[in-house]
Design a protein around this ligand. Structure first.
Ligand SMILES: *Cc1c(COP(=O)(O)O)cnc(C)c1O
Length: 236
């Protein structure tokens, strides 16, 4: 291998669309496909939008804001793109999230929801929220404990500028995720009764490139797919 290869190497547009069509075939129509575009350029997002993809997931706030800005006015099937923040939420970044995204997944404590509610501009639609659960009880993972859910759902569902939609999980990659998916589905059904507006509670966000089918079998209706669409990520 020559050592002067470019650091960033993206797949071709043709490959991108081929990957996308393949993933679409695996996903029934009641399941929303979130294309996880972190570390990938806005040109690739635009190419997918042209093929009808509306929902995009981003993990890094500054990178995401640059892309959201660059793609302003771009539509998919005639409708505005929908931006989901799926990264770790830092307390000092909540204003950026509240002002620029349509969805924030990964809310795991009340203070974050409180800040998002206060900082959501009044001229925008309610900010859609998913609560992250640390379903495999991992030491260094974001997410609330299952026992905290009833109280979080009861409180967050009362915030007027938020719409509490459901749960998201990232299972422990070293374990079989089937158990985590099934456990989360049970929690999802159970805590609905704590919600102030139970009809808003409609989203179970689980499943990534490696386990889409398993997640959907267990009841997921939103899958977050990065690598299988965009190719491997290069963080160099
Ligand atoms: C990066 C990421 C994904 C996508 O993962 P792939 O394995 O590349 O499909 C999904 N969800 C979250 C929260 C992520 O950070």
């Amino acid at each position: 291998m020559p050592n002067n290869e470019p650091v960033l190497n993206f797949i071709s547009n043709k490959q991108l669309i081929q990957n996308y069509e393949q993933i679409k075939q695996k996903i029934p129509s009641h399941v929303t496909l979130l294309a996880v575009s972190k570390t990938k350029p806005s040109e690739m997002i635009q190419a997918l939008a042209k093929h009808g993809q509306r929902d995009f997931g981003e993990n890094y706030v500054q990178e995401a804001l640059a892309k959201i800005h660059a793609l302003q006015g771009i539509t998919a099937k005639g409708k505005a793109l929908i931006w989901h923040y799926i990264g770790h939420i830092q307390r000092n970044k909540t204003r950026d999230l509240a002002e620029n995204f349509d969805w924030v997944h990964g809310v795991d404590r009340l203070i974050i929801a409180q800040r998002l509610n206060e900082q959501r501009p009044k001229n925008l639609a309610k900010l859609n929220i998913c609560i992250q659960v640390n379903i495999d009880n991992e030491d260094n993972k974001s997410g609330c404990q299952p026992e905290e859910l009833p109280t979080l759902v009861a409180k967050i569902s009362q915030f007027g500028n938020l719409c509490l939609r459901g749960l998201m999980i990232i299972p422990n990659p070293t374990q079989d995720s089937k158990h985590a998916f099934e456990k989360t589905k049970q929690l999802f059904d159970k805590v609905k009764q704590c919600h102030a507006n139970p009809t808003d509670w409609d989203t179970l966000s689980m499943g990534m490139s490696g386990d889409i089918e398993q997640a959907i079998d267990a009841g997921s209706n939103m899958v977050r797919v990065g690598t299988a669409i965009f190719g491997a990520r290069n963080y160099a």
